[in-house]
Design a protein around this ligand. Structure first.
Ligand SMILES: *Cc1c(COP(=O)(O)O)cnc(C)c1O
Length: 792
């Protein structure tokens, strides 16, 4: 089937056409459920083939020369300019195209022009604006945020009476990149009519809108003065933006003080300072430097290919509107067993009356559990990622939209900021309110099966037939039957393989954890960021070995014959001063002073093994520099002190000094996984230090899975045995799905954990552990085989 006759196809026929076409044209989508089209949309094979053929077939030179190859580029660029104008229905007599890097760059060009005006400028923007529009206010002499459509309406109504000294610029998105809500396009024409002196200009941000809907600038009287586009959101490729500007506005740019290669006819530099800006077409005055020639060639191919594969953008628009309605309705109808709705969808009060024109295929929402508590977006994102679903969560670069939707007042946003909330941070529910939303967005390649698969995902993981239990708080202190330590493991290098402590060897426990645990890490050479297995699963195969006889830590890369070694000792006599460089490393977002190894052998070995430029760093275990002291995130609420003073110190572990897991719980989890035909999880995936098992002396069949939810502490049964406290459950992410022997990613055990062990939006497995407050570390020891007594 081809797209020739798609215009008349029924919704279902078009959907099955897309379904089969995308198998061939979008091989990278494979099993992926891609729901981030508003971020960027995928590019087709045909587009890439066509671009490739074009590039291989001709020589394209720099258009600023006169050679044949240069002329060819110029010709291609001029053709593409025209093609893009016609794609938007814009008459080349009235409009010009300025190529930019993206929408933001296009917005900045407009902002610069207004900033250069003698009296500065007044700037008005709608609350639903993308951050890139909001930012223009920084250059304005006065600005106003319109908090609703009706505020805009009445302001437009009063235009004629208003006297404008300075130029006015009014900006808004044609479609919110957060809720998908479409704003009235006629504001542009009404402003043109009402403002007879023509001092108020309109800037339409069509970046989200135009990706699934044709932009129609054919009526010159109603079109905005400036329209910005992100072309990669429409075609997937190339990475290019555009400013479509009404030629009438050219005079605004005359005051431009900057000029660069490409935008000037003559420059005098020596005794006199003089230049002649280009006076030709507007784009010649605004496109500084060499144009992105190859991207423009790709755009040419992209426009052609789009029409071949999808028919018109109008057809895409109808298709995506249909899918979006199905998605919105599906989410709105999902309910928990007790009848409570699960999804709160934002910005679509007109759901029932939607005619396909007021809502684009972007849906923003949050989920609630059956007790109406918010589900953490990070949790949704983790599960989605395990299930191959690509979506976006957080603030979405839409500050006004988010504040509106979540009812966050400015003081709350500032308070959250002070309390450490940043775009993308894990802790996304603060003071009982979400700090961001979940966004799913559909595009030309989306299909009905995508929508249904996403709805199934929400149903499967977040719909509760019965309310979930919380781990109950134990009533009184009791000692419990005996357990024993089945094995002890340390992870000398953060995120690399564990090293099992030989059975029976007693091991030192310190405030910051088991001796030699997470003392080293592998850092990116450029950023100094500690690498994590989450991004680099191959790290699981990097094997450290503590060789006390030789006094060395050996590191062996996967399938390498040779290892590298570094001294275990910190005694300065073992090193040359230049063996280390003091550098800031960043571990889980915290900056720590670390000693980075300067050896090129180490750097080359690790870089080769992991395929990223990296090297080894060490955190001094007992550092006196306060900058290097990290504290456990998990600590007992009842331990008295406040803030980090009460929390134990940690080295490079993520959250707490020691992690303990229970064999009985692991067995229970694996039964559940196997019952559904899944593959049992190896204890190594949890990267625990202590694996506790019920004592071999306890009667069989009396295992107590999840008993650790109630545990408060344990005493190791030996003379120098440590007393340890449990600091609460360990929150899990998809990293538990990395097979520690192959480095491959699975869906289990995270999927089953998420279904059976989710409490208040946290998926828990294992318990954070630390030396009991007040114990003297250093002389206390534990060993695999030791019996332990549990307190509850
Ligand atoms: C994506 C987007 C932007 C930013 O576009 P860039 O190409 O990243 O500069 C601005 N506004 C809206 C509505 C968007 O969707």
């Amino acid at each position: 089937m081809s797209a020739n006759n798609v215009h008349d196809m029924s919704a279902d026929a078009y959907d099955s056409y897309i379904e089969s076409m995308r198998k061939e044209q979008y091989p990278m989508l494979r099993e992926t459920l891609y729901l981030d089209h508003a971020g960027t949309t995928p590019y087709s094979k045909r587009l890439m083939d066509r671009f490739h053929a074009e590039m291989m077939g001709s020589l394209f030179g720099n258009p600023h020369s006169v050679s044949p190859s240069s002329q060819r580029s110029t010709q291609m660029i001029e053709d593409t300019r025209l093609q893009l104008l016609s794609f938007c229905g814009a008459d080349p007599d009235d409009f010009d195209v300025v190529f930019t890097a993206n929408s933001t760059a296009a917005i900045k060009l407009v902002m610069e022009a207004f900033r250069e005006q003698d009296a500065g400028f007044w700037y008005g923007y709608h609350v639903d604006s993308h951050t890139s529009l909001v930012g223009v206010r920084g250059a304005a002499t006065m600005h106003r945020c319109f908090e609703s459509d009706s505020e805009v309406e009445s302001w437009i109504g009063g235009q004629d009476a208003a006297y404008h000294e300075a130029h006015h610029l009014f900006a808004y998105p044609a479609q919110s990149n957060m809720t998908g809500r479409r704003l009235p396009l006629d504001w542009c024409s009404r402003l043109r009519q009402e403002d007879s002196r023509r001092r108020t200009y309109t800037l339409l941000d069509a970046a989200a809108y135009a990706s699934t809907t044709p932009l129609n600038l054919s009526d010159t009287d109603t079109a905005p003065d400036f329209t910005v586009l992100s072309l990669y959101k429409i075609f997937g490729f190339p990475d290019l933006g555009a400013l479509i500007v009404r030629k009438e506005c050219a005079s605004l740019f005359r005051k431009r003080s900057y000029f660069g290669g490409g935008t000037v006819d003559m420059v005098v530099c020596l005794k006199e300072q003089w230049h002649a800006p280009k006076s030709g077409a507007l784009h010649e005055q605004l496109e500084d430097g060499t144009l992105p020639i190859h991207s423009i060639i790709a755009l040419n191919a992209a426009i052609k290919t789009q029409l071949e594969l999808f028919g018109t953008l109008e057809r895409v628009s109808r298709h995506t509107a249909y899918l979006a309605a199905r998605m919105r309705q599906g989410l709105a109808e999902l309910k928990h067993g007790n009848g409570k709705r699960i999804a709160s969808i934002y910005g679509s009060p007109t759901l029932e009356h939607d005619d396909g024109n007021t809502l684009g295929p972007i849906i923003a929402f949050n989920l609630r559990d059956s007790r109406s508590n918010w589900v953490s977006n990070t949790e949704v994102e983790k599960l989605a990622s395990v299930k191959g679903i690509h979506l976006r969560t957080g603030g979405l670069c839409n500050p006004g939209g988010i504040a509106h939707a979540l009812g966050l007042s400015p003081w709350e946003m500032r308070e959250n900021f002070s309390a450490g909330h940043r775009c993308g941070s894990e802790n996304d529910i603060m003071n009982g309110k979400p700090t961001g939303v979940i966004r799913v967005s559909l595009g030309a390649t989306s299909t009905i099966s995508d929508v249904d698969r996403f709805l199934d995902f929400v149903k499967q993981f977040f719909v509760e037939e019965y309310p979930r239990p919380s781990p109950s708080v134990p009533a009184a202190c009791q000692t419990q039957r005996r357990f024993h330590i089945e094995s002890l493991t340390v992870y000398p290098i953060k995120s690399c393989a564990g090293w099992q402590i030989p059975y029976g060897n007693s091991w030192e426990v310190r405030e910051e954890g088991l001796a030699w645990d997470r003392e080293w890490c592998i850092v990116h050479q450029g950023t100094g960021k500690a690498l994590s297995q989450k991004q680099h699963p191959r790290m699981a195969l990097m094997r450290p070995h503590l060789d006390f006889a030789a006094g060395l830590l050996h590191i062996t890369a996967p399938s390498a014959v040779e290892s590298i070694s570094v001294p275990l000792s910190k005694d300065p006599r073992c090193f040359e001063k230049r063996d280390f460089a003091q550098r800031d490393a960043s571990v889980c977002g915290e900056i720590v002073q670390s000693q980075t190894y300067t050896s090129s052998t180490i750097a080359e070995y690790l870089t080769k093994a992991l395929g990223i430029p990296c090297t080894l760093a060490r955190l001094p275990a007992t550092s006196t520099q306060s900058a290097s002291v990290r504290h456990s995130k998990a600590h007992l609420p009842h331990s008295g002190g406040t803030g980090t003073d009460a929390a134990p110190r940690i080295l490079l572990s993520n959250e707490s000094p020691i992690l303990t897991i229970s064999r009985s719980s692991l067995n229970r989890l694996n039964e559940q996984i196997k019952a559904k035909g899944g593959k049992a999880a190896h204890p190594a995936v949890f990267r625990a230090n202590i694996l506790l098992a019920e004592s071999p002396l306890s009667p069989p069949g009396q295992e107590q899975p999840w008993a650790e939810d109630q545990w408060r502490g344990m005493r190791i049964d030996r003379t120098d045995g440590a007393v340890m406290e449990f600091l609460g459950g360990c929150r899990r992410c998809q990293m538990v799905c990395i097979d520690q022997r192959s480095g491959e990613k699975n869906q289990e055990p995270f999927v089953t954990l998420a279904k059976t062990r989710r409490f208040d939006g946290r998926v828990l497995f294992g318990v954070h552990t630390a030396l009991a407050t007040g114990s003297e570390g250093g002389s206390l020891r534990i060993a695999a085989g030791d019996f332990v007594e549990i307190f509850t």
